[in-house]
Design a protein around this ligand. Structure first.
Ligand code: SF4
Ligand code: SF4
Length: 372
């Protein structure tokens, strides 16, 4: 059977418009009760990466959360909203501040949803998940559509990484620093925790060096919904201008029969895909390796390297990058950030943590020589 993905246009984050559009996105694929039983306990999981206001376009917009809470409340559900924001090294982003600044706290207060923290863990399939995955009957996944320096796309499957609380996320980054291995971990998580429904915030998406302050915002004016995260991420890939199976999580998940990645296995409802595919997204600097012909790729991967470097004029000396680095490859000397490239794994956690666009990506000499 084909997986259903709805695509709905929504031109702004105005409350009424978002509500109408979210409702339509859900109705197109069968309506809320097709996925959630009335009176259920539901965990709503937005992407709350860092303490930035909605205008920064980094976190899932609070109006999407509001709309979903309202829809759930209308069918008598008990609603919990939470995320495990980023962990910079051993320092966990201040969750209270993230909830406050992102606007999600206010929405929960307005709509009578419980804002929860991912403090208690339960182990499932070798991962410590937030215990809220067991407390709830089902999960609604609310990712933000963004490019990602490490995984190329952060969408439906990647957003579930936030269900792992605290510093264990750093351990995973440390132990699975190859994007292919890391993608397998993300799919392990998806295999264990399958959201009933995913709604993607693509009203303002992000391209370039996402997923944080170094990315560029793009007004896409779209909401997408599905119960199949693989199908959703495949459609996001196509909108980005990337083949679905070039997203490593899609390839891995398809191989495990966890969803559909081929267009002929996906039924698109609402807008036509060709009508919403504009100019291809500007991809992260680290993805330029895609220009290399396949036969040369294996050798090139060994020779091409990307590194973070400091744009000193932007640096606030906050040291968030030092805390973020899982490999202790960054230090501060004489008021200047220094990278120890012999320790660097090119995970770009530092760039994600930097609040000031002060960390850019540079190529090694070989990459420059071959024009990447
Ligand atoms: S310095 Fe290298 S290893 Fe450390 S966070 Fe940045 S990219 Fe990752
Ligand atoms: S590079 Fe960014 S994260 Fe690091 S100290 Fe400077 S502003 Fe802070």
């Amino acid at each position: 059977m084909k997986s259903k993905v709805s695509i709905v246009r929504c031109s702004s984050y105005q409350e009424g418009l978002v509500h109408e559009s979210v409702r339509r996105a859900i109705d197109l694929i069968g309506g809320i009760t097709n996925f959630i039983k009335p009176q259920s306990r539901v965990l709503v999981k937005p992407n709350l990466l860092m303490a930035k206001p909605p205008s920064a376009g980094i976190d899932t917009h609070p109006e999407i959360v509001r709309s979903v809470v309202k829809i759930l409340k209308k069918i008598g559900c008990e609603v919990f909203v939470g995320d495990g924001p980023s962990v910079w090294g051993n320092q966990i982003e201040n969750v209270d501040l993230v909830y406050e600044v992102s606007g999600v706290k206010q929405v929960c207060q307005d709509e009578g949803a419980a804002l929860v923290k991912f403090e208690k863990k339960i182990w499932k399939k070798n991962f410590p998940f937030t215990s809220w995955v067991d407390t709830s009957d089902c999960i609604i996944n609310l990712p933000k559509f963004k490019t990602h320096d490490f995984t190329l796309l952060t969408g439906a499957i990647k957003n579930l990484f936030g269900l792992i609380p605290g510093t264990y996320k750093t351990e995973l980054h440390k132990n699975y620093f190859d994007p292919k291995d890391f993608s397998k971990i993300l799919v392990d998580i998806y295999e264990e925790i399958r959201p009933c429904l995913t709604i993607v915030d693509g009203i303002v998406a992000m391209e370039g060096d996402g997923p944080a302050t170094s990315g560029k915002l793009r007004n896409l004016n779209l909401l997408l919904a599905s119960s199949d995260c693989v199908a959703l991420d495949s459609i996001l890939a196509l909108i980005m201008g990337v083949a679905p199976l070039d997203i490593l999580t899609n390839k891995e998940a398809l191989g495990r029969n966890l969803g559909q990645a081929q267009l002929d296995s996906i039924e698109i409802l609402g807008e036509e895909l060709r009508d919403v595919m504009g100019e291809p997204f500007m991809l992260p600097s680290t993805s330029l390796i895609r220009k290399i012909p396949r036969p040369a790729l294996k050798l090139a991967k060994k020779l091409i390297r990307y590194y973070p470097y400091l744009e000193a004029k932007n640096c606030l000396h906050c040291q968030a990058c030092i805390e973020a680095c899982p490999f202790q490859a960054i230090s501060m000397k004489k008021e200047k950030i220094n990278f120890n490239y012999s320790k660097c794994s090119a995970c770009f956690c530092c760039q994600e943590a930097c609040p000031a666009q002060a960390i850019k990506v540079k190529r090694n000499l070989f990459a420059k020589m071959i024009g990447l």
